[in-house]
Design a protein. Structure first.
Length: 142
């Protein structure tokens, strides 16, 4: 299934870079497992999948940091859509708040995506790690 999707994407020429064949052949179980865990975390906590996906892509699969961050976004998008659909169905989303936050989020994500390649990897790792640690400490204390 994954191979079929990758072949179709390549055929349609939607991706300008090559996907390491070794990742697709030797690690599909890890990739599916990562997706499963990320989906559960995203569904339970409303997000946080990137905190799992980025380090897994970098340290387990050897993907470059920039590509890992960008890939994580593309992975989390469909997961967030599914979770949002379930939340909407169960009437637990505050649309009045989420729609306003989305306005700022659209601008912020465009800025962040443009800045990604301009930030050196060691600094990017420190920023990302610091945000995770700060968030974890805040959640434990509150």
């Amino acid at each position: 299934m994954v191979r079929l999707i990758v072949n179709n994407i390549r055929y349609l020429n939607l991706i300008n870079y090559t996907i390491k064949e070794s990742i697709m052949h030797s690690k599909p179980i890890k990739l599916i497992g990562l997706g499963l865990i990320t989906g559960v975390v995203n569904g339970l906590f409303g997000s946080g999948g990137g905190t799992l996906v980025v380090p897994a892509l970098v340290f387990l699969l050897g993907i470059e940091d920039y590509k890992a961050h960008a890939t994580a976004i593309s992975i989390i998008l469909p997961l967030s859509l599914i979770s949002s659909f379930v939340y909407l169905k169960n009437k637990i989303i505050r649309l009045d708040i989420s729609l306003i936050v989305v306005l700022g989020g659209i601008l912020g994500s465009a800025i962040g995506a443009k800045l990604l390649k301009k930030i050196p990897i060691p600094i990017l790792r420190k920023i990302f790690g610091s945000l995770i640690i700060y968030t974890a400490i805040r959640m434990i204390i509150k």
